[in-house]
Design a protein around this ligand. Sequence first.
Ligand code: FES
Ligand SMILES: [Fe+2]
Length: 322
Amino acid sequence: MFEMFANAWTPVLPISEISSVPVAIELAGEPLVLFRDAQDQIIALLDRCPHRSIPLSLGQVTPEGNLECAYHGWQFGSNGACTRVPMNSLNPAQLSKLSAISFPTRTIAGLVWVFTGTGNPPEPELPPSLLEADDRYIIYHEIWNAHWTRAIENSLDNVHVPFVHRNSFGGGMRDIAQSNAIVQVYITSTATGLIINNRIDTLPFGLELEWHQPNCVVDKFDLLGMPLRAHIFAIPVNDRQMRFMQVILPSPGIDRTNFDFDGFVASAIEDRVILEAQKGEVPNTTDECNVPTDEPSLRFRRWYYRAVKDQKTAENTQLSTH
Ligand code: FES
Ligand SMILES: [Fe+2]
C-alpha cells in the first residue's frame, strides 16, 4: 500500500475543505475518503468498502459521525471499525472482522496530514515555521501532471529562477545569470533532510532552503527581506500526478494588503509548465548530465533511490522468493 511513499506524514488538503460531506482523494496511488466525525475530528479511511469494494465516499456521514456506505448501509466509525450492518444480527466479534482501513491524521498549519501507513505512527517532524496558528497560513494547491520527485528537485534548484521565472520574481536575476557570476551551493545534512545555502559570488546574500524528508521544501524568503516564508509540498497522487501545495507564512505584523501574495503564489504556474514537460520520476544520479549547482538535487535523488526505491525493490525480492 502507498507504494513508493509508505510510512510518511504528508499534508493532503487544507482543513477548510473537509466537512461532514465525504471527500475523495488519491494519495500515492491509493483512494482515500476524508470526513469530519461528530467530534469534529478529521478521519481518513481507505475509500473502499470492505463489503463489496465500492467507494465509501459515495456514502454519507450519520448524525453520530459514522460513515454509512451507499450500497448496503454498513457504518464505519473513526478508527474504521464497523459499527452497524443493517438487517443482520452480528455480535461484536463478528463486527470486528468487518473494519474499513483507517489512517492516522493530524491537523497542523491549517492542513490535514495523513500518515501513509497503519498502526501507531511517529509524530510528524516539522520545521518550526509550520507550528503557528492555523489561520496564519495562506494555502494554495492544485493537481499537476508531474511526478512529485521532479517537483522536489525543482524546489531544491535555484539556478532555474532567472529562466523559468524571468517574467516574475526571477526577473531581477536576469542580469546576474547573463554575467560571469557563479553560484556556490553550501549543503548541511540534518537528521531528516538538508539545509542549502545558495550564494552568488557577486552578492552578499543568498537564498537558504531546507528540505524535509520526504516532500517538503522551505524557502526562507524572509531572510532576504521578503515578508514571507514559503513551504512547498509535492504530494504524490499517483505515478503521473502530484498535488502542488504552497503554504505561505506571512511575516509577523505584515499588512497582507501591502504584498501581492496571490501574485507570488501564481508564479508557480511557471514551474508547472516545465515539470509537466518532464516525464516520470527523477532518474538515478548517473542518468542525466549534472553540474555543481545540481548537488542538492543529486543528494535528494540518492536518498530517493536508497530510502524509497531500493527498499521497495528489496521488498519485492523478498516477496518473490517466498
Ligand atoms: S458495499 Fe458497502 S455496505 Fe455493501
Ligand atoms: Fe521555480
